[in-house]
Structures are given as structure tokens and as C-alpha cells.
Design a protein around this ligand. Structure first.
Ligand SMILES: Nc1ncnc2c1ncn2[C@@H]1O[C@H](COP(=O)(O)OP(=O)(O)OP(=O)(O)O)[C@@H](O)[C@H]1O
Length: 242
């Protein structure tokens, strides 16, 4: 079953066409790397999948239904780029993870024992239990990413959208995050993540999508990340950093 199915997706910001006739599918359990130069439309694609920007045309279906249903049912979570988050917000790491449970709580937003247990489990899963009381801005880049992934785990999300999870992250954290993402997909969750780490994609992704406003190629990393395709997307041979 296609967890993500996108057809002819076109999104403009005034005169700028960020996405132009985007078509691709991602099957359940895939760890899919979204690759493209800066400005190729990766963040816009995530925002469109989350319903945060209005497409000019095209269709998005998630889990076989319209995207609103996936959002309402808490099936989808989004880990934005670090610059899109206000890190001064006075919330603890635990509070951030607890936000994943809001859909389960009544209007009082009072967590039940089940909510607390889900938060504890998610914090353990990402190795942040020891930092749960810290203000979110006091974490390292990699720890912040893990906190947001924990929010998605607590929510019970089956589809995770990660915008550059390795940006501003040290090598140790990067390895930890890769291991975490691999184990999440092994359990059947689906992950779409943008990355500039081209060398890492064939190692741990099971699908790659090459974006340049439209999809230049989608398939196995070996089939997608060919020199010819990369030259088309990046204007040169394979590069480590785009
Ligand atoms: N809010 C906005 N208003 C106007 N133009 C925008 C807006 N957001 C993005 N754009 C433009 O849309 C295009 C796609 O941008 P987008 O951020 O989706 O690309 P990206 O691949 O995620 O880039 P990066 O890798 O730098 O994050 C770019 O030309 C960008 O300048």
C-alpha cells in the first residue's frame, strides 16, 4: 500500500513555482531520502504533505485517504528544520513529547497515566529520559531532533516527515538518529526525510526521491543516485554537500 501518493502537485509562492507537477509514491515501511539542491522545493513538499501550504493543483493521498484524515487521526508527524522552531519557548523536553498526546487528551489537556506512560516510553526510545526536564533550547542539535521524533512516537504516528534531520548534528548523534530511524521503519512506520548527506542515502535509505521542483527520479537509491541524474539535479557529478 502506498502511504504517500502524490500526483501533479504544484505549489507557488506568488510568482515562484516551488513545486511543479510532482509525482511520487512511498510504500509502507520505507525509509525514503528526499534529495535536491537548496531551493528545489523539499521543505515546500513537507509543508504540502502536512497541509501547511495550499497547492495550486494536484492530489495528495496519505494512507489511501485525503491528508486531513491522516492529520486528524494523528498518523503523521513533521520534524521541521531547526530554523523553523522557536527554541526560546519555555517548554521542557517532556512537554514537547507530551504535545504528541494532545490528540488523546480532553479539553483539559490533563495527561492520563496512559499519556504519561507513552511519553516515558518515547523518551526512553530516543535516549532522552535523562534530559526530560531540560528546556528544549538547551539541547544539542541532534538531541532536539530526537525530542521531536519522540513527540511523533508518543503520538503513534505511522508516517514521519523529517526536514534535514542531520543538519547541525555531530557524527555520534547522526549515527544514533540513523539507528533510531532504521528501527522505526523496521516496525512498519514510513519515513520521508530530506538530506544533504548523499553518501549516506544508499547506506540506510530503502528509497530515494530526487527533486528539482518536479521529481527527476524515484526508486532504489542505486537507480536514482546515478551520475546522470545527479548532474541533472545538482548541475555536476556526485557531490557530498549540495
Ligand atoms: N514563504 C515563501 N515565500 C516565497 N517563496 C518561498 C517561500 N518558501 C519557499 N520559497 C521559495 O520556494 C522555492 C522552494 O523553497 P523550499 O524551501 O521548499 O526549498 P528547499 O529545497 O527546502 O530548500 P533548502 O534545502 O534551502 O531548505 C525557493 O525558490 C524558495 O525561495
Amino acid at each position: 500500500m502506498s502511504v504517500i501518493r502524490v500526483r501533479d502537485l504544484t505549489v507557488s509562492y506568488g510568482p515562484v513555482k516551488a513545486l511543479d507537477g510532482v509525482d511520487f509514491d512511498v510504500e509502507a515501511g520505507r525509509l525514503c531520502g528526499l534529495v535536491g539542491v537548496n531551493g528545489s522545493g523539499k521543505s515546500t513538499l513537507f509543508k504540502a504533505l502536512m497541509g501547511l501550504v495550499n497547492p495550486n493543483r494536484g492530489e495528495i493521498s496519505l494512507f489511501g485517504h485525503g491528508q486531513a484524515r491522516a492529520r486528524k487521526e494523528g498518523l503523521i508527524t513533521y520534524v521541521p528544520q531547526a530554523e523553523d522552531v522557536d527554541w526560546t519557548f519555555p517548554v521542557s523536553v517532556r512537554d514537547v513529547v507530551l504535545m504528541g498526546r494532545y490528540g488523546y487528551m480532553g479539553r483539559s489537556r490533563r495527561p492520563s497515566p496512559a499519556d504519561r506512560a507513552a511519553v516515558d516510553e518515547a523518551l526512553d526510545r530516543v535516549d532522552l529520559a535523562g534530559l526530560a526536564k531540560r528546556q528544549i533550547g538547551q539541547l544539542s542539535g541532534g538531541q532536539k531532533k530526537r525530542a521531536f521524533v519522540a513527540r511523533g512516537i508518543a503520538q503513534g504516528a505511522e508516517l514521519m516527515l523529517l526536514d534535514e534531520p542531520f543538519a547541525g548534528v555531530d557524527v555520534t548523534s547522526e549515527k544514533l538518529i540513523m539507528k533510531l530511524l532504521t528501527s522505526l521503519t523496521a516496525e512498519g512506520r514510513t519515513i520521508l526525510m530530506s538530506t544533504h548527506d548523499l553518501a549516506g542515502v544508499p547506506t540506510f535509505c530503502t528509497q530515494a526521491v530526487l527533486l528539482h521542483h518536479s521529481v527527476l527520479a524515484s526508486g532504489t537509491p542505486a537507480d536514482v543516485l546515478t551520475d546522470a541524474n545527479l548532474a541533472q539535479a545538482f548541475g555536476g557529478p556526485r557531490q557530498e554537500e549540495a
